[in-house]
Each structure stands twice: as structure tokens, then as C-alpha cells.
Design a protein around this ligand. Structure first.
Ligand SMILES: Cc1cc2nc3c(=O)[nH]c(=O)nc-3n(C[C@H](O)[C@H](O)[C@H](O)COP(=O)(O)OP(=O)(O)OC[C@H]3O[C@@H](n4cnc5c(N)ncnc54)[C@H](O)[C@@H]3O)c2cc1C
Length: 528
């Protein structure tokens, strides 16, 4: 229940009202266009068709969806969606979804929870999944888990950045577990920057604030989105809005925010107190607590903050990885439905859809009698030695928290909304230098709840994943979705309509490409 999903605020996308004008076809098209045509279209079709049933299932399990005056489930507009299809429960969507799912699991007698177990590696032999290793944080014991099937669902990679909306657990562990086990990481150059990260910390101000009618303004009070996306304005997709904000700031029309940070303004004042209290109570509470700003009367300072990784562990349309018996679901996976840019509210619904698909696939696999066999002792011992000898008793001289801060500053500076070859190369050189530094230093030697050990292990994940992001970003010489290269400002379908797949080698990640699956939606120019 401390997962990142609890923090999801604004909505879960699904087509609920074909009778009122929405359609499966429209959601599919919005998602593919939003992805800048990098999404695999067969996966998008499956996702969109499956999402409505997940909303109804949650409802049957007790999810308190907000209602309309006529009693039907309420939906609100979200960026890049042609129809208001973000299903919500006030501005605490993820909290209520997680409560509902956790509650229902409590009633399943065959579900066992292992809270506070930290997975450290995937065990497999000849490409067949056998289990994982983990540290039980409560006792500090090293645990071998033999399993017939597994699903990686470890969430996002956002803590590679400092200015981010992510929770502290989003440290790319699953990405790194998979990468070390020989699996490919796909499309890691595509990081979504959410247009409304609260300045100066990056805490999320939900897109629902614009869905409910909020304006983005520059220092002259002008709704600048009219210059960049005249038909969708503030509800253009996030990549478009983030680039527009940075362009305003770069051209001298930004607002001076807290800590003298250049930003833009989110204006909710015209919505009125009643609507803000009913629809966006958490946003008001947060801006008042963190900045002393009441959005009923004042403009909120915001700028793009790292928010989502479109890429992740390479899977097929059923969520299967390249290791037999192992699936990936949620943000850590790249199916790919989001392509180069995710639409808001499509992540929590993708978690629901692929949670079910991967769960069913894994269950069927086990019921078919598959079994990875006895664990390799040598593999387990070598992992135990990595965790305890090399890390807990490591002889590092550098402070790992300073290394993490330096990594985040590098990524914030060079792998942000606009990128250049020069900046990415500098970042790669600096990240590789950080990897060389002796950061395996755990000062807390306690066995129980050694979060210091956990943080140092997480630093491995962050550094390795950042390297993959940078190498993938350098290689992609075009601008598509969230990957905007100043030196290659145009999308280039002739050469780059393909997914990046990165694999671990002894040196830099190797980069290869796999085709995008096109069913019937041909790439066109993206205008909003
Ligand atoms: C502030 C914020 C608001 C958002 N709001 C929305 C929204 O309104 N709608 C929407 O569609 N999307 C939203 N998103 C995106 C969405 O919330 C996430 O993409 C989604 O919740 C990710 O879910 P997940 O299950 O993949 O990962 P998580 O919910 O992050 O769960 C991952 C779990 O894996 C555990 N874990 C990690 N590493 C290890 C390890 N080594 N060993 C064991 N366990 C581990 C974590 O502790 C955690 O419990 C939002 C994102 C942010 C940052």
C-alpha cells in the first residue's frame, strides 16, 4: 500500500459512454496519435477494448467512483483525449483503487503477502524462470523464492531525476533486475515530463486541474497554449504542453517562482471555491501546505517534472518477457501501448488491464504443469555475495546519497524536455564516471530494516537505467513524442518508426531495433 499507485490522482481512462458519443475507435486513435505513432497498434486495440470492464469490475468490488447528478459514473476531460473519459474518485483515484484491490485480496484465502521483501535478482536457467532472490527487510535475511511463474510489477524509473513527481520507491529496480537477467529494455529514451510539477519540489498538480478548466498562463497573464495547440489548448498531450512551457520560459515570458526558479502559472481562480473544494481538494490542501498558496485566490507556480517512463521491460502483447514463465506488467513493462508519449489516465487503466492479462497467462502456464526446476545454488550464492559482501560490507569511500543527487542533477540538466547530442554525451560521460566511483558504502550495519542497504542497491538500478536512457536517447536521431532533440527537430518515419531495444553488455548497452506494429492507423502529422 506504499506503492506509487496510491499517489495517482486524476483518472483512469476507459470508454464508458458510447451512447453519449464516446467510442472504442476514438480512444484507440487518441492513444496512437498521442504516442506519436510509436505504440504497437494491436496492443492499443486490446487495451482500449479491455479497459471498460476493469472499471466495472472495480465498481463491483466497492470502488467509490465519483458520480454525476444522474447517478452514472463520472468522467472528466484529460489531455489528448477527444472525449471526457478519465474515470475518477475526486482527485484520489489511485488511493481508492489500491484500497479496493487490497481489500478484495484480503478476502482471497490463497493469496499470501510478503510485505517489505526487497527483490534483488531474477533466477533462471536456459531462459526458463525459476524464482527470485530477496532481502526480507524486517529480519535482514537473504531469501530464495522458488517459483513456477513470475510477474515483475515494480513500477517506474522516475527517481533517476531530481525534479520529479514520483515517490521514493520508483527507482527502476524491476528494470535493472530484468536487464541483469539478460532481458531487453525497450524505448527507454522516452520519459514523460508532466507539465504541472509544483515548483520548487516537483510534486504533482494533477492534469485534472486543467481537465476541470484550469488555465496555463505566462508572466503577462496570457494563455500561451493558443500559440502551440490552438484547438486543444491546455488539454493537448503532455509532451506538447511541456515543450510549450519551456519555450515560453526560454523566450523570457516565464514567471519567477519560489527559489527564483523560472516557471509558468496554473490559474484555477475562475473555477471558484466550490468546484475546487469538490473536485480538487487534495491540490488545494497541497499547495497551501507546501507553498502557502490558496489556488482559490492565487496562481500556482509549475513547470515540467519527470513523471512517467514510456519504455520498460520489453514484452509481447500478452506481457510475456523473453524468459519463459516470466511476465511484466504496469509501468515497468513496455508492451508498447504508450509509444513515445503516454496520454494521461492511460497508465492506471493499463495497470488494470495488464495486471489481469499477465495474471491469467501466468496462472494458465502453471496449470499447464510448467516448472523451472531446482534453483542453481551457484547463482544464488553469487547474488548473496553481491548483496552482503560487495554492498553491505563494501569498502566504498563515496557517500551514496551524494552520488544519487549528482545523478539526478545530471539527468535534470541534460536529459530534460529538450535534448541535444552534446548534452546527452556529457550526461553519459558523467553517469559512467559516477558508476566508477566507490559508492558501495553502507554505514548502517544493522540487520533489521536496513534501508541504507536498500538505498545503495537501488543506486545500482538508477545508475544502470540512466545509462540505458542516455544511450538510447543519443542513438535516436529524431524528435518524436517526449524525446525532443534540438539537433534533429523533426519526426523521421522513414528511419525511426521503430522501437529501441537495449541489452546489457560488459561495456555500454548494445542497441538494436524492432518494428512498430501497425494495424490500420498510418502515421500522420500530429496537430492539436
Ligand atoms: C503523482 C502521480 C500521479 C499519477 N496519477 C495518475 C493518474 O491519475 N492516472 C494514471 O493513469 N496514471 C497516473 N500516474 C501514473 C501511475 O500512477 C503509475 O504509472 C502507476 O501507478 C504505476 O503502477 P505500478 O503498479 O506499475 O507501479 P507502483 O504502483 O509503483 O508499484 C510498484 C511496487 O513495486 C515495489 N517494488 C519496487 N522495487 C521493488 C523491489 N526491488 N522488490 C520488491 N518490490 C519492489 C514498490 O515498492 C511498489 O510497491 C501518476 C503518476 C504520478 C507520479
Amino acid at each position: 500500500m506504499r506503492s506509487h499507485s496510491v499517489a495517482a490522482e486524476g483518472g483512469t481512462a476507459a470508454v464508458l459512454y458510447p451512447d453519449e458519443g464516446d467510442s472504442i475507435e476514438s480512444h484507440i486513435w487518441d492513444t496512437i496519435k498521442g504516442s506519436d505513432f510509436l505504440a504497437d497498434q494491436d496492443a492499443v486495440e486490446l487495451f482500449v477494448k479491455s479497459a471498460p470492464e476493469e472499471i466495472r469490475l472495480l465498481e463491483r468490488w466497492g470502488m467509490p467512483w465519483s458520480r454525476r447528478a444522474d447517478g452514472r459514473i463520472a468522467q472528466r476531460p484529460f489531455g489528448g483525449h477527444e472525449f471526457p473519459r478519465a474515470t475518477f474518485a475526486s482527485d484520489r483515484v489511485g488511493f481508492h483503487e489500491m484500497q479496493t484491490l487490497y481489500g478484495i485480496l484480503q478476502s482471497c484465502r490463497n493469496v499470501e503477502f510478503h510485505h517489505e521483501w526487497f527483490a534483488t535478482s531474477i533466477l533462471h536457467r536456459h531462459g526458463i524462470f525459476q524464482g527470485i532472490t530477496a532481502v526480507e527487510l524486517k529480519t535482514g535475511n537473504f531469501v530464495l523464492v522458488r517459483a513456477k511463474a513470475g510477474i515483475i510489477a515494480t513500477g517506474g524509473a522516475g527517481r533517476v531525476y531530481g525534479f520529479t513527481t514520483y515517490g521514493y520507491h520508483s527507482t527502476a529496480d524491476g528494470h535493472y533486475l530484468a536487464y541483469r537477467a539478460g532481458l531487453a529494455l525497450k524505448d527507454m529514451e522516452f520519459i514523460q515530463f508532466h507539465p504541472t510539477g509544483l515548483v520548487p519540489r516537483g510534486i504533482l498538480v494533477t492534469e485534472a486541474s486543467r481537465g476541470e478548466g484550469g488555465f496555463l498562463v505566462n508572466k503577462d497573464g496570457e494563455r500561451f497554449m493558443k500559440r502551440y495547440a490552438p484547438s486543444k489548448m491546455e488539454l493537448a498531450p503532455r509532451d506538447v504542453v511541456s515543450r510549450s512551457e519551456i519555450s515560453e520560459i526560454n523566450e523570457g515570458r516565464g514567471i519567477e517562482g519560489p527559489d527564483r526558479i523560472d516557471c509558468v502559472g496554473l490559474d484555477l481562480r475562475h473555477l471558484g471555491k466550490e468546484k475546487i473544494l469538490e473536485r480538487l481538494p487534495q491540490i488545494r490542501e497541497m499547495t497551501m501546505k507546501f507553498l502557502g498558496i490558496d489556488p482559490v485566490d492565487e496562481i500556482i507556480p509549475v513547470e515540467p517534472a519527470a513523471h512517467y517512463a514510456m519504455g520498460g521491460i520489453h514484452t509481447d502483447i500478452s506481457g510475456a518477457t523473453e524468459i519463459r514463465g516470466l511476465w511484466a506488467a504496469g509501468e515497468t513493462a513496455s508492451v508498447s501501448v504508450h509509444g513515445a508519449n503516454r496520454l494521461g489516465a492511460n497508465s492506471t487503466s493499463l495497470c488494470l488491464v495488464y495486471g489481469r492479462i499477465a495474471g491469467k497467462e501466468a496462472t494458465d502456464y502453471v496449470n499447464d504443469g510448467h516448472d523451472g526446476g531446482e534453483l542453481s545454488k551457484a547463482q544464488a550464492l553469487s547474488e548473496e555475495s553481491r548483496v552482503y559482501d560487495d554492498t553491505l560490507h563494501g569498502s566504498g569511500s563515496e557517500n551514496p546519497y551524494e552520488i544519487r543527487d549528482r545523478l539526478q542533477r545530471i539527468m535534470d540538466k541534460h536529459a530534460y524536455v529538450f535534448r541535444t547530442s552534446e548534452g546527452l554525451k556529457t550526461a553519459l560521460r558523467e553517469v559512467r564516471q559516477l558508476k566508477e566511483e566507490a559508492y558501495r558504502r553502507v554505514t548502517d550495519k544493522a540487520k533489521e530494516y536496513n534501508t541504507n542497504l536498500e538505498h545503495v542497491l537501488e543506486l545500482d538500478s538508477l545508475l544502470e537505467t540512466a545509462e540505458v536512457m542516455l544511450v538510447s536517447a543519443l542513438a535516436r536521431q529524431e524528435s518524436r513524442g517526449a524525446h525532443a532533440r534540438l539537433d534533429y527537430p523533426k519526426r523521421d518515419d522513414a528511419n525511426w518508426l521503430k522501437h529501441t531495444v537495449a541489452r546489457k553488455t560488459a561495456d555500454l548497452p548494445s542497441i538494436d531495433y524492432v518494428p512498430v506494429k501497425i494495424t490500420k492507423y498510418l502515421p500522420t502529422e500530429r496537430r492539436y
